[in-house]
Design a protein around this ligand. Structure first.
Ligand SMILES: [Cu+2]
Length: 171
């Protein structure tokens, strides 16, 4: 059987395309750092957040050298903290957000980064990000949660380490 040269060329190009698609999908699955939120954060009673050791006073907690835990409650239509007062963390640190919802399903996205999770009543989502230089990031809810959804936003401020005062952030 003889295959025409032109046909060989197109067969080669089609194969190349398939390999390219597989490589793209493989990169998207593992290389880009996209991960599903797992059960690691545990569960919580959404009706008793005020009795939770951390969610009763949501905010920034130092958990180690240059490591911080940030407890955030999403509710219609604000992040607490984040909306009424910005979440403030020092530059060059590792920040783990623990996010839950007090009412309906919300989203929690740090705009311009790949930190993006759902906030589900009863579930605690955890995401860890490295913050480097000082700057200001928007927070926004990306799950439709009701009439005020479009206004549900907040601020994450990364401040120079010398300006960071951990004692006034929590709450
Ligand atoms: Cu929303």
């Amino acid at each position: 059987m003889e295959i025409h040269d032109y046909e060989k060329l197109w067969l080669g190009l089609a194969l190349l395309l398939i390999v390219g698609f597989i490589a793209t999908v493989a990169y998207g699955a593992v290389g880009a750092g996209v991960a599903m939120v797992d059960d690691e954060g545990g569960t919580v009673d959404p009706n008793a957040l005020d009795q939770h050791p951390k969610f009763s006073d949501p905010g920034v907690y130092e958990s180690g050298d240059g490591e911080y835990d940030v407890y955030v409650i999403a509710r219609q239509y604000m992040f607490q903290p984040g909306t009424q007062e910005p979440i403030e963390v020092p530059a060059n640190s590792t920040v783990t957000f623990h996010v839950t919802s007090a009412d309906v399903i919300h989203g929690f996205e740090v705009v311009g980064t790949n930190a993006n999770t759902m906030a589900i009543p009863g579930e605690v989502a955890t995401i860890t990000v490295e913050v480097s230089s000082p700057g200001k990031y928007g927070l926004l809810c990306n799950e439709y949660c009701g009439g005020g959804h479009h206004g549900m936003e907040g601020t994450l401020r990364v401040v120079p380490r010398t300006e960071f005062n951990g004692t006034e952030v929590s709450g």
